[in-house]
Design a protein around this ligand. Sequence first.
Ligand code: AMP
Ligand code: ZN
Ligand code: FE
Ligand code: FE
Length: 288
Amino acid sequence: MRIDLHTHSTASDGTDTPAELVRNAAAAGLDVVALTDHDTTRGYPEAIDALPEGLTLVTGAELSCRYDGISMHMLAYLFDPEQPDLLAERELVRDDRVPRAHAMIAKLRELGVPITWEQVARIAGNGSVGRPHIASALVDLGVVDSVSDAFTPEWLADGGRAYVQKHETDPFEAIRLVKAAGGVTVFAHPAAVKRGRTVPESAIADLAAAGLDGIEVDHMDHDPATRARLRGLASELGLLATGSSDYHGSRKTCVLGEYTTDPEVYGEITRRATGAFPVPGTGGRRSA
Ligand code: AMP
Ligand code: ZN
Ligand code: FE
Ligand code: FE
């Protein structure tokens, strides 16, 4: 079984539509794929409609959180997407991305970059607007060579010249909300140092004590030594250890299934979840 539990579609800052994403996941030989767009579940219906036979969809989201001033991401799986408290929090974060993008564009214009909201809105389409969309606009304008080159202190990195904070959820509150909605939480790329400050191990222990289910260990932003350390930490704290691609289509270099999750860990996630069931692909025979 090949299981990839972290991917993005055009519902946030990926470049595959949800339908393309599930077709590409099947073509990549995956048996299970999780759709984890930033702060939204908007991609679910299209992904479910297009789900190829033999591929199972795990519904999820990647929630924007902040711990002690440090931005961090919480993967949430198989929660009830209608649960009102979690829905309200997701909408709060997602909606705040719009004025925040306007503010980052204003900063870039003050820095002499002729970027416009219309340009960024065209790139973002219906997706939760974020820095990767602005980064794509900067590539189009010839300001930087690649999306990742825009994530520097000069431009969009945390605390960078054109960076603006968005509303982000307290991670303890996120764990509580996801649990109340029947879901499972996994701290995404907890040691991705290239993204800026990371939370200390003591905080991961506190989150574990508060009900965190797992941490993402195998991820492109973790080197082998970091993965070994995180795997040890997970076993010490009784946390599940996952692995995933964090696929963003052509906006990032990683490919679907580049890292995967152990089937036993996946089984445990599905046993713990009560908010939603994984959706088995029927290849379009969903009429019954
Ligand atoms: P936002 O949610 O708008 O603050 O943007 C954060 C997103 O930008 C993350 O989810 C990543 O997809 C992307 N990102 C963050 N840091 C980097 C980086 N150093 N290089 C490329 N993409 C990044
Ligand atoms: Zn992203
Ligand atoms: Fe993330
Ligand atoms: Fe992600």
